[in-house]
Design a protein around this ligand. Structure first.
Ligand code: SF4
Length: 385
């Protein structure tokens, strides 16, 4: 399925570009001590081999920056760095990387009397002179304190949004447009809301998506997947990272999980209900997991897709979920929902349960419901005409 992406700017990062029509880039980050050059190079190369488009490295000190120069010599991966509080380190790291990330909330810690605008201009000048892209990385845990003061203490997303947009305005005003924005939170629903709101305000800026502290797999992947489905499924997001708590030897899972999520969204294998094309029939089926109690689920999902093709020009969403644990809740937003038990398949219309039917009886029941829904839609549109 073709997902219609937001018309964002194209931003080049080393050998790749993100935004516009470029494929969604998948990133990961090293968790080795940057000064341990051998271990860091090995991990960077491992991630590149797994398909990482960009690998991020944390740099906190002059020693890290020196190590970075050597790491650069030993890898062809596209490298990004996270600048922490010491924004001036950018001068030492930018010559060795393709992208620099700064956090607006961290620009207050050093040189307190220097306005943040001057610091951002300095960062942009150094990035520009070294052929680097930038990321304005806003994080729920370290939001600009000045912005926080302007909002109700219960509103955590308002200050994040205001901080991101004011940095975009400043960067645009000084002619530096080679940047992306990220708005990360540990709560997937906040990630969805804040990124949707940002994309409405600035549909031109490429977004880097992520859920912070997502945790261990599989839960960390599921949490991230839920947020990404709602965003990528609606055209929002140009580059992603699935942050997982895994040892370095398994860090490539972040890339595999990211690619899998993108592929699943493209093929309608979703955990949550998203109208991938709001004008057409959307069949979504979960990617399945150990909770599936009857393997006939996979065949059923394929049969539903084939049987319902006659309704392809109707804006109807049908969700097919593999288990009784999450199926009931996750089909709530679909027009018609099915979820699978060991011997029967449950059917519902919107939030209302219709009944549970044996696997070999569910398709005709679904067809009856679909016909009824199509009739209602036809009557409504002829009443309007
Ligand atoms: S709906 Fe159930 S079977 Fe499907 S992915 Fe979710 S938890 Fe697993």
């Amino acid at each position: 399925m073709q997902i219609k992406r937001n018309p964002t700017r194209s931003v080049s990062i080393g050998s790749i570009a993100v935004g516009a029509e470029h494929p969604i880039a998948v990133q990961s980050m090293t968790a080795t001590a940057t000064t341990n050059i051998d271990a860091t190079v090995a991990l960077v190369n491992d991630l590149q081999k797994a398909g990482a488009d960009v690998v991020r490295i944390a740099v906190d000190s002059d020693k890290d920056a020196e190590a970075l120069a050597e790491i650069r010599r030993q890898t062809t991966a596209n490298l990004s760095v996270d600048l922490q509080e010491n924004y001036r380190l950018v001068e030492k790291v930018a010559p060795h990387v393709d992208k620099v990330r700064y956090n607006p909330g961290h620009l207050y810690h050093h040189e307190k009397s220097r306005p943040w605008q001057d610091k951002v201009k300095f960062l942009a000048d150094v990035a520009g002179a070294n052929d680097c892209a930038m990321r304005v990385g806003v994080n729920c845990g370290s939001v600009d304190p000045n912005q926080k003061e302007l909002f109700d203490s219960k509103d955590s997303l308002g200050p994040m949004l205001a901080s991101a947009t004011e940095h975009c305005e400043l960067l645009d005003s000084i002619g530096f447009t080679r940047y992306v924005v990220s708005l990360k939170d540990s709560d997937p629903s906040n990630v969805v809301t804040v990124n949707q709101r940002f994309a409405e305000l600035r549909p031109d800026i490429p977004l880097h998506l992520g859920v912070t502290e997502a945790g261990l797999p599989p839960d960390g992947i599921i949490k991230t997947r839920i947020a990404f489905e709602q965003l990528i499924g609606r055209g929002i997001g140009d580059t992603i990272r699935v942050s997982l708590t895994v040892p370095n030897s398994k860090k490539s899972m972040e890339i595999e999980a990211g690619r899998q999520i993108i592929d699943d969204i493209r093929n309608g294998r979703l955990r949550s209900v998203v109208a991938l094309d709001p004008t057409k029939l959307n069949i979504i089926s979960c990617p399945s997991c150990s909770r599936v109690e009857n393997e006939a689920f996979v065949e059923l999902a394929q049969d539903v897709k084939a049987m319902t093709q006659y309704a392809k020009d109707y804006a109807i969403t049908i969700a097919v979920m593999g288990c009784r644990v999450n199926g009931p809740g996750e089909t709530d937003d679909a027009d018609l929902g099915l979820w699978c038990g060991p011997a029967k398949v449950n059917l519902k219309r919107g939030g209302e349960a219709i009944g549970a039917y044996p696997y070999d009886e569910i398709l005709p029941k679904l067809r009856e419901e679909l016909d009824r829904l199509i009739l209602t839609k036809q009557q409504t549109s002829s009443a309007k005409a």
